[in-house]
Design a protein. Structure first.
Length: 183
């Protein structure tokens, strides 16, 4: 119990059982109130929210969470929508990817007006790739294209060739009905 009110109890109440019980009861209420107050404070910051707090931010921004998203993914998606406008530089994009914990390297081919984002399949998820697409679609100028290159950790290439011969046949039969048994 972090709020031990017994420390504030006057000396003449130290041996009174009723007063000790009251102090313990009020201390528990204060502990619960303090934890709710701290949770409310932390829910004011996107990176510190719990599931209830991030739902408020998602509602404000207009983001619909996917059913399988964890809390960190939901926080990153809200952060991407709330980012303040800054000049678009390669340094800013690198810092942004580092802040969002997306393990990629970005380079710019200025002559071709092409942004190239490179990563490894073993360290990047599909959600992070979607976040990269969103960031590049929002922040890159309209006359600039981008490529996302994901190096595969392992690739299996097969060269099996299947050739088959099939036969199709159709059989039609006609049977006369025995009308002598119909009444």
């Amino acid at each position: 119990m972090s709020n031990n009110l017994m420390n504030y109890l006057p000396d003449y109440y130290q041996d009174v059982y009723e007063m000790q019980a009251i102090m313990h009861a009020h201390g528990q209420v204060l502990d619960e109130f303090e934890s709710r107050q701290i949770r409310t404070l932390l829910n004011q910051f996107v990176t510190q929210t719990d599931s209830k707090g991030i739902a408020v931010f998602e509602n404000q921004v207009g983001v619909q969470p996917s059913p399988g998203d964890d809390l960190a993914t939901r926080q990153n998606r809200v952060l991407m929508h709330l980012l303040p406008p800054r000049p678009i530089t390669i340094r800013y994009l690198r810092e942004l990817f580092q802040t969002l914990k997306i393990p990629v390297n970005i380079t710019i081919d200025y002559g071709q007006r092409n942004a190239i984002v490179e990563g490894n399949s073993s360290s990047i998820t599909d959600t992070q790739i979607d976040n990269i697409r969103y960031i590049l679609n929002v922040y890159l100028p309209a006359n600039m294209i981008y490529e996302i290159k994901i190096a595969l950790k392992q690739a299996l290439i097969g060269n099996d060739l299947f050739i088959g011969i099939g036969m199709k046949s159709k059989v039609t039969t006609v049977i006369d009905a025995n009308v002598s048994q119909i009444f």
